[in-house]
Design a protein around this ligand. Structure first.
Ligand code: 13P
Length: 260
């Protein structure tokens, strides 16, 4: 079935690249994407906070071309005595359009739970920021066949607390933890099963908006497997880690969705 859902390919640079490397990669991606007319999907560069200002200045030159700045996290309070943290309002003041919320690395290493993630989403929406909200199961849960229920709970606990209209500010990203940075991609049957389950859940949460929310896949997505992943029903794009650190590799993923 054809849908009008927004297509998105987002780069998550994680904690990679120094200043010179970050500016070089961002400018190469911007120039090449424009030159090759890769405008069928939104391209998001979610860079480390310290590079937001410089990368944002580069992105100012793109005009109407669909290239956007993303951040990888924000704090769950609006402001205050939280040394070392970054508020959503600060991100908004640097032309950030999207914030990755609930990445499995932050759930694991920073112990973020659903209550905090709800607050982070609220801070984003208060500041007109959209969110890429992540979910995904560990290998033990997958092996025990508990993956659908596990991911459903991750989404339901958070999204059921939001106003239906707020759902329009979210793209979901399904990232099975066992596929992140491992070179092990979920196969298309596994992706189809999960994305179908997520779509059903979104329709239950909001019949009016559930069909519209993009669902991205993440986990060892690269140029060589992107076309198969994008041909899978209910896959509207990708959240890309390692392969996003190379211009050609990343933009070939964008090309694969352009050709979908
Ligand atoms: P990789 O593409 O390196 O597996 O990372 C996926 C990811 O975690 C993106 O957020």
């Amino acid at each position: 079935m054809r849908t009008s859902r927004q297509k998105i390919v987002a780069a998550n640079w994680k904690m990679h690249l120094d200043r010179v490397e970050a500016l070089s990669l961002a400018s190469e991606i911007i120039e090449t994407a424009q030159r090759e007319g890769l405008s069928a999907a939104q391209i998001i560069l979610a860079v480390p906070h310290i590079h937001l200002h410089a990368c944002g200045r580069l992105l100012e030159s793109v005009g109407k071309f669909p290239l956007f700045l993303g951040a990888q996290n924000c704090h769950h309070e609006a402001k205050g005595a939280f040394t070392g943290e970054i508020a959503a309002a600060m991100l908004a003041s640097y032309q950030v359009a999207y914030v990755i919320i609930g990445h499995s690395e932050r759930r694991q290493y920073a112990f973020e739970d659903s209550k905090q993630l709800i607050a982070k989403l609220k801070r984003c929406f208060e500041n007109n920021l959209k969110a890429i909200f992540c979910c995904g199961e560990p290998l033990a849960v997958r092996n025990a066949q508990g993956h659908l229920a596990y991911v459903r709970l991750q989404i339901e606990e958070v999204l059921s607390t939001l106003q239906p209209a707020e759902l329009m500010n979210i793209a979901l990203a399904y990232e099975p933890i066992w596929a992140i940075g491992t070179g092990l991609t979920a196969n298309t049957a596994q992706i189809a099963e999960m994305h179908d389950s997520l779509r059903q859940l979104l329709m239950e949460l909001s019949p009016a908006h559930g069909q519209q929310m993009p669902i991205l896949y993440g986990g060892s997505c690269k140029a060589s497997n992107a076309a198969d992943i994008f041909a899978t029903p209910n896959v509207d794009g990708a959240l890309v880690g390692g392969a996003a650190l190379d211009t050609r590799e990343f933009l070939n993923i964008v090309k694969a969705i352009q050709d979908k």
